[in-house]
Write a protein of this length. Structure first.
Length: 582
C-alpha cells in the first residue's frame, strides 16, 4: 500500500509531507494524507488527535533523491500513545500455551491467574486458588458449576490468543482439557484417600511417613488444605495454620515438607483484602491495615520506632491473636516468601488510587507519614529504599489533586489555618513534581486577597503582635518543608509582605523603639522581630533591624553594656540571627 502511494506522489514535487495515524495503541501506522503544505499537515494531525480520530499521529517530511528516485523520510511531529512493539510472526506462531501439563497450574504465576479469573467463585467459598488445587470437594464443586469454569477459561484464552497468534476456540478447547485433567487429578486423589486426615495422627507423623514418596509435596499440601475445610474466616484460618506450624518438626525434611505449603497458603490468604481485614480487625481503615501489616512483618523495627516516638503508637495499631503468632515467626526469619509478598502488597496499595482514609484527609497525611517512617526504617531488609521512595512519590501524586486538597482544607476555619495545613501538605509530599504542585496550592492561598484582608482585619481573638508571630511561624514552616528555592523564596516573600503591612498599620516597631521601657527590655523585643522569631522576615523585620541598630548606637546603650557586659551575652544569638553580628 505504501509503495503504491510513493508512486502516486512522484508528481507532487521533490518535497512533501505525509500524515500517518494509529487508531488504536497496538494498530500499525496508516497513511492519512499527503500534502506539500507543512502547516496543513501539522494542523491535520493535531486535529485528528484532538478529535479522537486517532490515538497517535506522526508527520514526516519526504524528500525525493533525484539520483535514486527514492524518498528520504524525516519525522517532523510525533504525538499520542507510544507505539506498541510488534512481535515477530515466526516465534509467535510457533509459541504454545503457557501451561502444558496439570502440574504447570501449581506454579505461583498460574495460581495468581487462577485467583484472578475465579476471584468471585473463590470469594464465595472463602478459599484460595492453592486450596482449589488440593481439595477434592472444591474441585468437584467447580467442575459441577460448568459456566463459571468456562468463563474463567475464556478469560485466559482470549488475551493469550492475541499474544501468541493462536485461534481462541483452539486455546479454549486446550485449556478445557487441561483443567479437566487437573480437576480429575485432585478428585481421583480424594477417592483413593491419598490425603490422610489429622483426626487419628499428627501432621508430623504424616510427614515422617511420606519421606521419599514421589508425590509427597502434593499430598502434604492436600493434608494442610484439608485441615482448613470447615474453618471459615481469615482470623480462624490463620490460627489453624499457626497450629499446624506449631506441630511441625523443628528441622529437617519433614519440617520443610509442612512449612512450604503453609507458607504458600499464607501468601494467598494474607494478600487478599477480605481475609486480611478479618485477621487484623474489620474496624481498621486501609491506612491502619497497612501499618498493622508493617508491624506484623517487622515487629522489631516498629518497636524501636515506637519507643523513640510515642505518636507512632497511635498510628500503628497493635496486633494480637494469630497475627501476633505469625509475627513472632516472621521475626525469627521464617516464611521469607510471605514477608516479601506482604511487602509487595504494601507497595501495590500505596501506588494504587485507593484512599488510605477516605473520610479523613488530615488523618491520611498522618498515617502516610507514619508509614513512610516505618518503611524507611525497614528499607534494605524488606524493600529497597528506591522502591519505598517510588511508592511514596506515587502516593504523593494522589494527595495534591484538587479533590484531595479541597477535602483537606475543608475543616479549616480561617485562611491562616488553611495556609498552615497546606504547609504541612508541602512538608509531607515527596518528589519534585509533587512538591511543586503542593507549593502551587500554598502560593495561591497566601497570595490571595482573602489572606491579606483577613489578617489585616481587626480581630477580638488575635492582636497584631499575635498575627505577626503566627506569620513568622508559618514562614519558618515553609522554609523547612523542602520546597524548591524558588518556591520557598516566593512564598516567604508574600508572607513577609503581608506581615510588613500588618506591622506598619499597628506601628509595633515604632512603639517598642519609642516606649519608656528600659533599654534591655526594648532591645531583645526588636531583635526577636528582626530575627524572624516574632515577625516574618521582610519589611517588618527590616524596620525592627533598623531601630535595633539605632538603639545600639545610642550613648545610653553603650554605657549600659560597658557597665554590665554580661547583658550582651543573651543578645548575641539574636544579633546573629538578625544579621547584626558575625
Amino acid at each position: 500500500m505504501l509503495g503504491a502511494h510513493r508512486v502516486s506522489v512522484l508528481m507532487a514535487g521533490p518535497v512533501h509531507y505525509e500524515v500517518f495515524i494509529r487508531k488504536t495503541a497496538p494498530a500499525p501506522w496508516s497513511l492519512h494524507m499527503a500534502t506539500e503544505d507543512r502547516a496543513a499537515a501539522v494542523r491535520t494531525a493535531e486535529d485528528m488527535l484532538a478529535g479522537n480520530g486517532a490515538v497517535a499521529v506522526r508527520v514526516t517530511r519526504e524528500t525525493l533523491d533525484p539520483d535514486t528516485m527514492l524518498f528520504k523520510s524525516m519525522t517532523v511531529l510525533t504525538r499520542g500513545a507510544p507505539e506498541v512493539q510488534s512481535r515477530r510472526a515466526g516465534p509467535a506462531q510457533d509459541a504454545g500455551p503457557r501451561c502444558s501439563v496439570p502440574q504447570d497450574l501449581y506454579t505461583p504465576q498460574a495460581r495468581e491467574t487462577i485467583g484472578r479469573v475465579l476471584e468471585d467463585w473463590l470469594a464465595r467459598h472463602g478459599v484460595t486458588a492453592f486450596e482449589l488445587l488440593h481439595r477434592p470437594d472444591l474441585a468437584e464443586k467447580l467442575e459441577a458449576s460448568g459456566v463459571e469454569l468456562q468463563h474463567a477459561i475464556q478469560k485466559v484464552a482470549v488475551p493469550e490468543s492475541q499474544n501468541i497468534g493462536r485461534p481462541v476456540h483452539e486455546l479454549v478447547r486446550y485449556y478445557q482439557k487441561l483443567s479437566d485433567q487437573a480437576l480429575e487429578r485432585v478428585v481421583s486423589a480424594g477417592r483413593r484417600k491419598l490425603f490422610p486426615g489429622l483426626g487419628d495422627c499428627s501432621i508430623a507423623d504424616i510427614a515422617d511417613r511420606m519421606a521419599g514418596q514421589p508425590e509427597r509435596a502434593f499430598i502434604m499440601a492436600g493434608v494442610v488444605c484439608g485441615a482448613l475445610k470447615d474453618v471459615r474466616g481469615g482470623r480462624a484460618r490463620l490460627d489453624r495454620l499457626m497450629d499446624l506450624a506449631d506441630q511441625a518438626p523443628l528441622q529437617g525434611a519433614p519440617h520443610a515438607m509442612i512449612m512450604v505449603p503453609i507458607e504458600q497458603l499464607l501468601c494467598e490468604l494474607l494478600t487478599l483484602r477480605t481475609p486480611l481485614a478479618d485477621v487484623l480487625g474489620p474496624s481498621l481503615d486501609q491506612g491502619a491495615s497497612l501499618a498493622a501489616v508493617v508491624r506484623m512483618v517487622a515487629p522489631g523495627e516498629i518497636k524501636a520506632l515506637v519507643s523513640q516516638n510515642s505518636r507512632l503508637a497511635l498510628q500503628i495499631p497493635a496486633i494480637d491473636g494469630p497475627a501476633a503468632r505469625l509475627s513472632a515467626r516472621l521475626e525469627a526469619g521464617q516464611f521469607p516468601l510471605l514477608s516479601a509478598a506482604l511487602a509487595r502488597m504494601i507497595l501495590r496499595e500505596l501506588m494504587s488510587p485507593r484512599r488510605l482514609r477516605p473520610t479523613d484527609a488530615t488523618g491520611e497525611i498522618e498515617i502516610l507519614r507514619s508509614l513512610a517512617t516505618a518503611l524507611t526504617m525497614t528499607a534494605g531488609r524488606l524493600l529497597t529504599l528506591e522502591e519505598v521512595q517510588t511508592a511514596f512519590n506515587e502516593r504523593s501524586r494522589a494527595i495534591v489533586t484538587t479533590d484531595f486538597v479541597a477535602a483537606y482544607v475543608e475543616p479549616c476555619t480561617t485562611v491562616l489555618d488553611e495556609a498552615e495545613a497546606l504547609t504541612r501538605l508541602c512538608e509531607n509530599v515527596t518528589g519534585t513534581a509533587n512538591k511543586r504542585s503542593a507549593a502551587g496550592w500554598l502560593s495561591a492561598c497566601v497570595g490571595s486577597l482573602r489572606f491579606e484582608n483577613e489578617l489585616r482585619a481587626p480581630s477580638i481573638t488575635q492582636t497584631s503582635g499575635q498575627k505577626l508571630g503566627a506569620l513568622a511561624g508559618l514562614q519558618r514552616a515553609v522554609r523547612a518543608s523542602g520546597l524548591t528555592e524558588r518556591d520557598n523564596e516566593e512564598i516567604s516573600a508574600v508572607i513577609g509582605r503581608v506581615g510588613g503591612t500588618i506591622e506598619a498599620e499597628a506601628r509595633i516597631v515604632m512603639m517598642v523603639a519609642r516606649s519608656s521601657a528600659p533599654l534591655m527590655q526594648r532591645l531583645p523585643v526588636l531583635l526577636r522581630l528582626a530575627a524572624g522569631e516574632t515577625a516574618p522576615l521582610g519589611p517588618a523585620a527590616d524596620r525592627a533591624r533598623v531601630e535595633a541598630v539605632k538603639l545600639f548606637r545610642t550613648p545610653e546603650c553603650r554605657a549600659t553594656l560597658t557597665a554590665a557586659p554580661e547583658n550582651l551575652a543573651p543578645l548575641k544569638g539574636l544579633m546573629q540571627a538578625a544579621g547584626l553580628a558575625a
